[in-house]
Ligand binder design. Structure first.
Ligand code: SF4
Length: 469
């Protein structure tokens, strides 16, 4: 087979992979929703340095805003969950939380250049639809009284179909949401029982129907492989079932078993019913095959989209971005996160809010931004961030293009890293020529292994990350 040239053409779609190869490279690694990655954020970063970064960020009114609201409440815990949640049945918790979100918005507002426009907004959690519709509408009023939105802003909400009414769907639509992602994970009742998340397909279908009827023009479905009782055959049925809904995007996540962070996951160890790595690989292969057969394009890191979706177009055009919300089409947007544990990003900084609800409230009661940790990026960090993001988004690197973009001689600056790709090339994860390198179909599913070679922090000491598969 002739290798595709790194300087022209699209990277190949994910290919069938060799089990031994994936075993070899199925090592813990970052998902690169940021660089440097979150473990590098530190409490030692002075809050004043982080607020100075916000001021710098607001000197340019043309830089778009991307807002993120973390809405942490869920009624019950799904045992696989890796999110930062607060489990409660008390609906009052939502309006108290909103009081604090309003305090946080009021504290940030003086820093913001009022001419900036919001290009993107995302509600994540937790379960945003835990909020009763009147609280959602109050949240909408709080946001729209403070921010101006671009006419074509992309506003999305994560939806738990089990806990939604048509009025929830309508309230988020009134707030400006035009996209949604629906948590499904698996449609098999045995799997649902084992993970403490019962969600009949007609419940998912109803939520989907309401969203389409209310004018959400892009709907994504989230699945997870690697859960108890799943097999390649059962997961194939799950994929077939969700495809009948005709989603615009699909995210197929590998279950991340991180019991040292999420102790509730230990229950799966006691039950000893998690699939083997070999079975997980078969599920991944099944997902890739079925979704590409269905005409979906592999965007990268678990994400698929219809060929006419903006993400697929951005990937073809080399303008795809990656941030804390996954893949995005918005280049150069600063992320302003609100709510406990949310992460914000400017050109030269990251900052994260306090991760526990009482501490988040206490910080705001004291009249200060509820920051826990952060990082001011060095020039070197910013350079490497661009390299890693281009690898994660484009799956190819053209040395000349990146040299021009970064203002350095790429081949000279990253000579050691390029040299370090030799074993990956020998194992068929990428092809190199004088002009650059391109990730192969096999390498597409192991992309973070390639990006890790450009991560200056991994050499400085081990961190605990989840595995690729
Ligand atoms: S509903 Fe979502 S956020 Fe809440 S526990 Fe389940 S998976 Fe986690």
């Amino acid at each position: 087979m002739i290798a595709p040239s790194p300087t022209t053409g699209m990277p190949p779609a994910p290919a069938e992979f060799d089990l031994e190869l994936v075993r070899k490279y199925n090592v813990p690694g970052p998902r690169y929703t940021s660089y440097p990655t979150a473990p590098q954020f530190t409490e030692a970063t002075p809050p004043a340095a982080l607020t100075d970064a916000i001021r710098r960020d607001n000197q340019d009114a043309r830089r778009p805003l991307s807002l993120y609201f973390h809405l942490p409440f869920c009624e019950t815990l799904c045992w696989f969950c890796g999110c930062t949640t607060v489990i409660t049945l008390k609906r009052d918790a939502a309006s108290v939380y909103l009081d604090y979100l309003e305090k946080e918005l009021a504290l940030i507002q003086p820093f913001l250049n009022p001419s900036r426009r919001v290009a993107q907004m995302h509600f994540g959690g937790g379960t945003p639809t835990f909020l009763p519709p009147p609280v959602i509408r109050r949240l909408g009023a709080a946001i729209h009284s403070r921010f101006k939105f671009a006419d074509d802003s992309e506003n999305s909400v994560e939806v738990d179909p089990r806990r939604i009414t048509r009025d929830h769907v309508r309230a988020f639509r009134e707030l400006g949401c035009n996209r949604a992602s629906l948590g499904v994970q698996d449609t098999n009742p045995a799997v649902q029982l084992a993970v403490h998340r019962i969600q009949p397909m007609d419940v998912t279908g109803q939520a989907f129907e309401w969203m389409r009827a209310e004018g959400y023009h892009s709907i994504s479905i989230d699945l997870i492989y690697g859960l108890p009782h799943q097999t390649a055959e059962s997961f194939a049925r799950t994929i077939d079932e969700v495809l009948t809904l005709q989603p615009d995007r699909l995210a197929v996540f590998s279950y991340a078993h991180v019991p040292w962070i999420k102790p509730s996951q230990r229950i799966f160890e006691k039950q000893a019913n998690l699939p083997s790595t070999e079975e997980k690989l078969k599920m991944l292969a099944t997902a890739v095959r079925k979704l590409t057969e269905a005409g979906m394009v592999y965007i990268g890191m678990d994400h698929f989209a219809r060929a006419d979706d903006e993400l697929a177009i951005a990937q073809r055009e080399g303008t795809l971005q990656r941030n804390f919300q996954g893949y995005s089409t918005h280049a150069g947007a600063s992320i302003y996160g609100f709510g406990m544990s949310s992460i914000s990003q400017t050109e030269d900084s990251y900052r994260q809010n306090l991760k526990e609800l009482p501490a988040y409230y206490t910080g705001l009661d004291a009249g200060r931004l509820p920051l826990e940790r952060g990082l001011i990026l060095s020039d070197e960090d910013r350079l490497r961030r661009q390299v890693i993001m281009r690898i994660m988004c484009d799956r190819r690197v053209n040395y000349a293009n990146l040299s021009q973009r970064l203002g350095v001689d790429f081949r000279d600056k990253f000579a050691r890293e390029i040299e370090s790709l030799t074993d990956l090339e020998a194992d068929g994860l990428l092809h190199r020529d004088d002009g650059g390198f391109m990730v192969t179909g096999v390498g597409a599913l192991l992309i973070r292994i390639i990006a890790m070679r450009f991560d200056a922090y991994l050499e400085k000491g081990p961190r605990r990350f989840s595995r690729t598969v």
